[in-house]
Write a protein that binds this ligand. Structure first.
Ligand SMILES: Nc1nc2c(ncn2[C@@H]2O[C@H](COP(=O)(O)OP(=O)(O)OP(=O)(O)O)[C@@H](O)[C@H]2O)c(=O)[nH]1
Ligand SMILES: *[C@@H]1O[C@H](CO)[C@@H](O)[C@H](O)[C@H]1NC(C)=O
Ligand SMILES: *[C@@H]1O[C@H](CO)[C@@H](O)[C@H](O)[C@H]1NC(C)=O
Ligand SMILES: [Mg+2]
Length: 392
């Protein structure tokens, strides 16, 4: 029996309204989603307690920024950047100087595969009272290594492009990922440096940080600090996990007894990612932000791991990123309690944010993860880190 036309119209309209209503509630929420066991009160992103324990050891007035040889840590801010990205770099510098570094004056070390222009040097050094250093990357750290077959590389790029892997056809992107994975800390300019804070052009920092981040790392024995974790594109790393398993079979002694293997191999939350990446959840520390101790990258387990991966060729035949490579190494070879979530550092690299609930923050929306399309919320995998490792 056919319904009368007005009734049909009414049904269609009410279905539409319901969908819209449900979308408003579930589809467009900008808050990070947490596993069941985190109630709203304990949502770590919304937790206003802000700074990590231990920071209270360093009230900001204890540090005297202008005095030479005051207790500064062996560290640098570090940026790999192109001359063309000068304005983006100035943006990042202004934010980090305003919120943090003007109180501590850690040096800035800039790296480039071509020489920096005078304009770049002048404008960046004008934004800080700290020392600025401009370093050229040696060709042997940047160029495609001799064992990579160029024809195979060209063929592989076609497959990667077919799988819509961004930047796969840019050779410099592959070089950049490899350099950030296993080369930067070998640069002579960093020989006498232990900690670094990696900064990219065009990022934003939102919150005043009143303690010495590097001192916090050192005194609390932290190896690595992050703000955001994401799922990776599985088709950029299909053989990264299988190669890792091969390496582990050769070096079972490198697996730390307090490792985060369960975090790395999670298959519950996005099973299709784990499947396509052949056993790796693809969850990684988003490495455009990292604060870390280079002694870890310089250790034998990491050096052996990097060399194994480098020989396997996936920096070129696939598009292995430094983010999954660093994350897997940390998750396997380091004590997971030495990895720290800097919940108090408000940060954005388009399109994602870490925006804490603190009066010290301006310019970002508390708890907001992305200002991009709503499907991007799925890319956040911090709930996995909280589930398997916890909050500190
Ligand atoms: N000097 C130099 N720096 C580079 C090169 N390629 C990338 N970088 C730097 O490496 C970092 C990462 O590169 P991006 O192009 O931002 O890569 P991404 O963050 O994955 O991609 P976006 O989402 O487009 O930002 C940035 O700090 C860039 O400035 C290069 O060929 N030369
Ligand atoms: C800084 O750290 C590096 C790497 O650990 C070390 O070689 C160097 O001696 C340290 N310098 C100082 C002044 O402590
Ligand atoms: C850091 O490590 C040192 C040496 O292993 C230890 O003496 C110290 O208690 C540790 N500090 C913290 C805060 O864990
Ligand atoms: Mg970037």
């Amino acid at each position: 029996m056919a319904l009368a036309r007005p009734i049909r119209a009414l049904i269609v309209v009410s279905i539409f309204l319901w969908c819209f209503f449900l979308y408003q509630i579930f589809g467009s929420s900008s808050q990070i989603r947490l596993p069941e066991r985190f109630g709203h009160e304990t949502d770590p992103i919304l937790d206003p307690t802000g700074e990590p324990e231990g920071t209270l050891m360093y009230p900001s007035d204890e540090y005297k920024p202008g005095i030479p040889n005051s207790a500064r840590i062996n560290a640098t801010i570090l940026a790999l950047v192109r001359n063309e990205e000068l304005h983006g770099m100035l943006q990042s510098m202004r934010d980090l100087e305003r919120t943090w570094n003007h109180k501590f004056n850690y040096p800035w070390t800039f790296f480039n595969d071509v020489p920096f222009t005078e304009e770049f040097k002048e404008k960046t050094s004008a934004l800080t009272n700290a020392e600025t250093r401009y370093e050229l990357i040696p060709k042997e750290h940047w160029d495609m290594p001799s064992w990579i077959n160029n024809d195979l590389y060209e063929e592989s790029v076609k497959t990667l492009k077919k799988n819509k892997i961004q930047y796969a056809d840019k050779l410099s992107y592959h070089s950049m990922c490899r350099w950030n994975s296993g080369m930067f800390y070998k640069h002579p300019a960093l020989e006498n440096v232990r900690y670094y804070w990696r900064v990219e052009p065009d990022v934003h920092f939102f919150c005043d940080i009143d303690y010495d981040i590097f001192r916090y790392m050192q005194d609390n024995n932290k190896t690595y600090g992050f703000t955001i974790t994401l799922y990776d594109a599985p088709k950029s790393i299909p053989t990264l996990w299988p190669e890792t398993i091969k390496f582990l079979a050769q070096h079972p002694e490198y697996l730390h007894k307090n490792n985060a293997l369960d975090w790395l191999s999670d298959s519950l939350r996005r099973p299709e990612h784990n499947k396509q990446a052949n056993g790796y959840s693809t969850c990684h520390f988003w490495s455009n932000f990292e604060i870390a101790d280079m002694n870890f990258w310089r250790s034998k387990p990491y050096e052996d791991y990097f060399n194994h991966l480098d020989r396997a060729g996936g920096f070129f035949y696939e598009r292995w990123g430094d983010a999954p490579v660093h994350s897997i190494a940390l998750g396997l070879f380091e004590d997971k309690s030495k990895i720290h979530w800097f919940r108090d550092i408000g940060y954005q690299h388009i399109p994602f944010f870490n925006c804490p609930n603190s009066p010290k923050c301006r310019g970002c929306v508390t708890g907001k993860f992305t200002d991009g399309e709503s499907w991007l919320h799925r890319e956040d995998c911090r709930p996995n880190w909280f589930k398997y490792v916890g909050m500190d």
